[in-house]
Design a protein around this ligand. Structure first.
Ligand code: DON
Length: 314
């Protein structure tokens, strides 16, 4: 066992206790009513290394919905289904500096394609590119891909969270109709069907262990060190990790790159998927969010671990 792993293993319990109090500076997301009841002071982490060793602590076994973290994997699936050129004819490669659900730049910048696949508008466009004859088939394909990446066939989506989001998704409906008007979604696409797949993939339930497993595969360029299989082409994983670094924490991505310095993706249920390239996959959960929609205590914990272990890529 190397020195860094021993340092992590010895200190993670203390770092969890140090970071947990920061949760009081945030609040669980309430705009999706089913998320409002999450335990706001929970904090959990799971770190997985290529030899299968795990360091876990806090509420690492708690189930929560992936929300925007799922966008990394729907992007990978859309790339597998369509190739790079087709995907990037419908979605751009630039950070926005705006909120994750902002409509602003869709209208400001020609020809109206979303700036990147990790903002809501971009992820809805990407979801429309996923292969499958019906919304159910598309949802099943996304689930099958998540199960493969997480190494757990029982992964599923939470129906009541998906329905709860659908019932209040006025902004996402606006974004999707705007995309259809601009030809990003096909004129024949049913906006409601595209959105139902999007709500379902956002509602896939995971623990920190699942995220750590998914992150480990990203950390190794699409190769799963535990099954010794290449699950995703290396180039597509490279694209996904670049988006995680530049846009994964939304309009806090620059600050996160400076303070933590590794690819990561947050979700409004409080999850963060992080990748230490060539080394570990990390799953974090802390449902109390800051104003940017990122887990307050989760970011503190990642910052502490990154500084202590010198993980920054820069
Ligand atoms: O579309 C939404 O609003 C949610 N299903 C996902 C948003 C999200 O997780 C943004 N993350 N920080």
């Amino acid at each position: 066992m190397n020195e860094q792993w021993m340092n992590l293993s010895a200190n993670v319990p203390q770092w969890l206790s140090d970071c947990r109090p920061y949760a009081k500076d945030g609040k669980a997301a309430a705009y999706i009513p089913a998320l409002a009841a999450a335990p706001a002071d929970a904090l959990g982490v799971s770190i997985l290394s290529a030899d299968g060793s795990i360091i876990a602590g806090g509420e690492s076994g708690m189930l929560f919905t992936m929300q925007s973290i799922s966008k990394v994997f729907t992007l990978l699936l859309a790339l597998i289904d369509n190739g790079e050129e087709a995907v990037f004819s419908k979605v751009g490669m630039e950070p926005t500096g705006d909120d994750f659900n902002s409509i602003l730049k869709l209208e400001l910048v020609e020809p109206g394609i979303p700036f990147n696949p990790l903002i809501n508008a971009g992820a809805i466009a990407v979801t429309s590119l996923i292969g499958g004859a019906s919304p159910d088939e598309k949802t099943e394909r996304v689930l099958a891909f998540m199960r493969l990446m997480a190494g757990d066939d029982s992964l599923d989506y939470n129906r009541s969270v998906s329905e709860s989001e659908s019932a209040t998704a006025y902004r996402n409906r606006s974004l999707a109709y705007f995309l259809q008007e601009n030809g990003v979604l096909s004129p024949h696409a049913s906006v409601e069907e595209v959105l139902s797949v999007y709500f379902n993939h956002c509602a896939i339930e995971v623990t920190c262990h699942h995220l750590a497993r998914m992150g480990l595969i990203l950390a190794h360029g699409g190769f799963d060190p535990l099954t010794e299989r290449q699950l995703v082409p290396r180039r597509y994983v490279q694209i996904a990790k670049t988006f995680m670094l530049t846009c994964g924490m939304y309009n806090a991505s620059g600050e996160f790159a400076i303070r933590v310095g590794i690819p990561a993706k947050s979700g409004v249920a409080g999850g963060i998927l992080a990748v230490v390239p060539g080394r570990y996959g990390i799953g974090v959960v802390g449902p109390a969010l800051n104003s940017r929609g990122n887990s307050v205590a989760g970011i503190r914990l990642l910052e502490t671990m990154s500084v202590e272990c010198d993980w920054s890529m820069f």
